[in-house]
Design a protein around this ligand. Sequence first.
Ligand code: UDP
Length: 317
Amino acid sequence: MATKNKTPVSVVTGGAGFLGSHLCDRLLAEGHRVIALDNLLTGNTDNIAHLAGNRRFTFIKHNVTQYIYLPGCVDYIFHFASPASPIDYLELPIQTLKVGSLGTMNCLGLAKAKGATFLLASTSECYGDPLQHPQKETYWGNVNPIGPRGVYDEAKRFAEAMTMAYHRYHGVDTKIVRIFNTYGPRMRLRDGRVVPAFIGQALKGKPLTVFGDGSQTRSFTYVTDEIDGIWRLSQAKYHEPVNIGNPTEFTILEFAGLVRKLLGSKSRVIRKPLPVDDPKQRRPDITLARKLLGWEPKVGLEDGLRRTIEYFRGRIG
Ligand code: UDP
């Protein structure tokens, strides 16, 4: 548990990833010492290059599905390591299952040994293709365990179960955040998720690939909002899952239109087959986050997309 008189030490798994690296920034800004662990399977040291030379920041290349040895005291463990885009976890199914199961087990073991607070990065994918809309934390979900997305969904569901077991059986101070579609700088241009896909396509003057008829919905959260919710949750006395996501919902076709508008793009929209088990609708109910954390998103989609477009523009030749 963090004491008042010393610099808190936080471990961030997946610390060189999109969300993990933004979380490292926030923790450093909060005065923590940060140890980022990442095996760089989908993470990239470019995301933490700006932290080189910061005496409160350490990067260790390590696969957290293997035993984690860290000397000294640790106050918080943020378990963010995992492939996170549907394309990644289709290409890396075993690694996805392992980091959600064995990786979570190792991180919880470390939390127990160090007396640290543990925060699990879980996901709206726990709700699968939801039959309840919007999704409340009390909804148990509609997941196909053996479909192509099952490797991610079930790994995260297992991770939640494991986290609650360590809390209930070992008394570890645990938190679970269910993260909804989050976007912003440091996403990989080619990670396959809809935000970098459409921005990259529009910037290159290529057609925008809408999967299915584009009537499926998503609710997009800008990364700084997501990280703020996660930080607040880490400081709260609450152990069950909490949704952190922007409740403003768009169809994918509307989203394609918005990207074209913001970029003044003439790119056409073309249809591609809908991936298997692609959820038809997704929107968080954030009543709990509002009440518990006083949190709600501040950055609107147009504003967030403009900032993200600037980042990607700098990465396209
Ligand atoms: N999508 C799309 N075109 C793309 C990439 C994604 O139409 O090039 C759709 C996808 O089918 C899904 C939504 O956009 O309905 C969000 O997909 P993403 O991969 O970003 O994440 P998901 O929410 O499915 O995990």
